[in-house]
Design a protein around this ligand. Structure first.
Ligand SMILES: [Zn+2]
Ligand SMILES: [Zn+2]
Length: 211
């Protein structure tokens, strides 16, 4: 495996946020705390994982957007083949929760402030909006260490979606404030791409990690 193996067992908050479109899944999400206070001395690190050779433009958009908002060390891992365990044959696309499981098992580190961000051009999906297999742009473990984004639905949106999904891993839920990066993408992701940064409320919750 090209990724780092996880060192120890890490209890995941299996509350999955569905993005573009990411929506709050289970009630446990509300209990997730932002990472700010508990790990204030730890540096935020993003390990970016190219999945199935995303083009340079996609990789650059993800990295550039993360750098624009977060004071993090950013490092690319080697490209990985998309795991066939995630393939959903009826729609010929990939289940994002399976990708997260895979990234968590193969790439996650034993640090709550090291986040794994998978980036792919492949079509990804999950169960959302009452639809068993719903196409999405990103998915994250709420307050966890792993998220994944796809440029399949919009090349232009993959950067902001990465910032949004990373925000979920830092404990941010969806935000009702207009223009906030943490708005629910509601299917099109329009609110995320037309963002005006994090609103003051979201900003204050993760200010430790922001520029
Ligand atoms: Zn979301
Ligand atoms: Zn907000």
């Amino acid at each position: 495996m090209k990724c780092f193996r996880r060192l120890t067992g890490f209890t995941l908050l299996f509350t999955v946020l569905l993005g573009s479109g990411c929506q709050l899944g289970a009630p446990a999400a509300a209990q997730a705390k932002p990472a700010t206070a508990e790990a204030v001395n730890e540096r935020l690190v993003f390990l970016l994982v190219p999945i199935q050779n995303p083009r340079k433009q996609v990789r650059e958009d993800v990295e550039k957007s993360l750098r624009e908002f977060y004071t993090a060390d950013i490092r690319w891992l080697d490209n990985v083949a998309i795991p066939q365990s995630a393939y959903y044959e009826p729609r010929r696309r990939y289940r994002s929760e399976k990708l997260l499981e895979w990234l968590q098992a193969e790439c996650a580190q034993d640090s709550k402030t090291t986040k794994v961000v998978g980036a792919t051009e492949k079509d990804i999906s999950t169960t959302a909006h009452g639809v068993h297999d719903y196409g999405i742009m990103g998915l994250a473990y709420m307050g966890g260490t792993t998220c994944v984004v796809s440029s399949y639905r919009s090349k232009r949106r993959v950067g902001p979606v990465a910032v949004h999904e990373a925000g979920h891993t830092l404990g941010l839920e969806h935000c009702p404030n207009k223009g906030c990066l943490m708005r629910d993408g509601e299917g099109t992701g329009a609110d995320i791409v037309n963002h005006k940064g994090f609103c003051s409320k979201c900003r204050s919750r993760i200010s430790t990690w922001l520029r």
